[in-house]
Design a protein around this ligand. Structure first.
Ligand code: GCO
Length: 503
């Protein structure tokens, strides 16, 4: 097992990392809350955004009031820093009707705007032009994913060689443009046929997922070095099995049990995939891979820091949300409630920490919520929020980076960070403020190697459909026209110069 050690230590001068909140946890229902917020505050209707020449040097870059520093200013980020964007197959590709999401979208009332993922951004057919936009922005990295249903739409069927050729063509296109890929093997979707037999709730099913992963890694491992095995395992388990918002829309007590089983399966599968990917790369003389998960993290602060009940629930929420799965992967043990703490793999079955960060929850004790372990989450009253009602809290990213560094000592890649802002009114400032938080953590000794902005394109935001616009590039879903937003131009400038404009 490769061992990674902290290359640097957090300087004493660093702002205090959050106190280690040990205890057990439970998840927060924030994504569900987001759905609620989206209902009351719909994002602007799809309209073509015209490409703007705005840049930070140009006040038309909305949300950014200050000018860039002189070009002689020292770089804030190292020259080899990876500046990327992130997408997920279901959210942008289109054309896949065999996935559980495609089936789910056809059920009445599941998706906020009644839409489907069937066309999305038609990125499957337009990737070349889309990667051209990335190149023109000056980006050098891109995270994207594969949906298994695309490669094996039917149970027991052969893996589709044309889909593999397509994936190779995509990766080759990125390579020609010097854009480094980070490939996600599971991002919330599975084939409908596999979900119907229990999906990740049944460990006996995992062999079929491994066969898919093997097909992909053997087929494209010469073009990929960086992998994410699972995107946000706990969010997937929570939304799909505990809150009933995503397929298979389970909830209740049996859903609770299954949401634990799903996370257990994903930890087990991560261990297997970690070994499998390394074995394939070694045997086929592919470059040494770097492997991790993308971990959704959110700050969990108690509503009343004086209340023992609120503080205790915040600790539990923090553990369930931020620590359980990473601690299991880092220790190689099936920690409770995933198991009894048994050691099932060598420790440190990952090469970096993939961190997704968006927001903070305020946590309180709720007697009437046994199904969420008496945890209530809410958005901090009066705070600044995005189009989905999520608090904008850049300091949270610094807190989490310091905490992750102290806990695991791994290099960190920020595999998602971004905001829903249909008017592109505050995205630029959001980006600068979060990157400034990253810089502060780096100055304090945290090794951060990459930042992937979520997202490259406006896209299908799961149960919120197309109502939320996260793209640096706006998409007109009727014409599939792309328009680089001012914040996209700003991001390109930051990527090219490694310098954060002052705000
Ligand atoms: C997630 C996913 C993305 C989302 C993004 C915005 O965190 O849910 O990784 O697919 O679209 O986070 O919600």
């Amino acid at each position: 097992m490769a061992k990674k050690s902290a290359k640097k230590t957090v300087k004493k001068t660093a702002k205090a990392a959050p106190k280690s909140k040990s205890k057990l946890k439970s998840k927060s229902n924030s994504k569900a809350k987001s759905a609620t917020a989206a209902k009351s505050k719909p994002a602007a209707k799809s309209k073509t955004q015209t490409a703007s020449k705005a840049s930070p040097a140009n006040p038309r870059a909305r949300g950014v009031s200050a000018k860039p520093r002189a070009s002689s200013a020292p770089r804030d980020f190292p020259r080899d820093f990876l500046w990327g964007t992130a997408t997920a197959a279901t959210q942008v590709d289109g054309g896949d009707t065999a996935s559980d999401w495609s089936h789910f979208c056809r059920q009445r009332g599941r998706i906020l705007d009644g839409s489907t993922s069937d066309t999305a951004c038609d990125h499957w057919n337009r990737y070349e032009a889309d990667f051209g936009i990335m190149k023109s922005m000056g980006l050098n990295a891109h995270r994207f994913g594969v949906d298994w249903s695309r490669f094996q739409p039917e149970a027991g069927g052969e893996f589709d060689p044309e889909a593999l050729d397509h994936l190779r063509a995509r990766l080759s296109s990125l390579k020609r443009k010097n854009i480094r890929p980070l490939l996600t093997l599971h991002h919330f979707a599975v084939p409908q046929w596999w979900l119907a037999k229990g999906g990740f709730t049944r460990e006996a099913n995992l062999g079929e997922f491994y066969a898919f992963a093997r097909f992909i890694v053997e087929g494209v491992g010469d073009l990929v070095e960086d992998y994410i095995t699972f995107n946000e395992p706990n969010i997937y388990a929570l939304m799909s099995y505990l809150l009933g918002a995503w397929p298979p829309a389970r909830k209740g007590m049996s859903g609770y049990v299954d949401h634990i089983k799903v996370q257990r399966s994903m930890v087990l599968a991560h261990f297997t995939l970690y070994d499998m990917i390394r074995e394939i790369h070694g045997r086929k003389n592919f470059k040494t891979p770097r492997i991790s998960i993308s971990k959704h993290m959110r700050i969990m602060d108690p509503r009343n820091p004086e209340s023992r009940l609120d503080v205790d629930r915040a600790n539990v929420a923090d553990y369930r949300m931020n620590r359980l799965v990473p601690d299991a992967i880092h220790s190689g043990r099936l920690l409770e409630p995933l198991g009894n703490g048994e050691q099932i793999h060598d420790p440190e079955a990952w090469d970096f920490y993939g961190l997704n960060y968006y927001t903070r929850d305020i946590v309180s004790f709720a007697l009437l919520k046994p199904q969420t372990l008496f945890i209530n989450t809410e958005v901090r009253p009066g705070c600044e929020t995005n189009d989905l009602g999520w608090e904008i809290y850049p300091e949270g990213l610094e807190r989490l980076l310091l905490d992750v560094h102290a806990r695991y000592g791994l290099p960190i890649q920020i595999t998602e960070n971004g905001t829903a802002d249909a008017a592109d009114a505050f995205r630029g400032k959001y980006m600068i403020d979060h990157l400034a938080a990253v810089k502060r953590a780096m100055d304090a000794g945290v090794q951060v190697d990459a930042y992937y902005h979520w997202s490259f394109l406006d896209n299908f935001e799961w149960a919120e459909g197309y109502t939320a616009r996260f793209g640096l590039v706006g998409v007109d879903y009727e014409t599939q026209q792309r328009s680089l937003r001012p914040a996209g131009e700003l991001y390109g400038q930051i990527a090219r110069t490694g310098i954060l404009p002052a705000v």
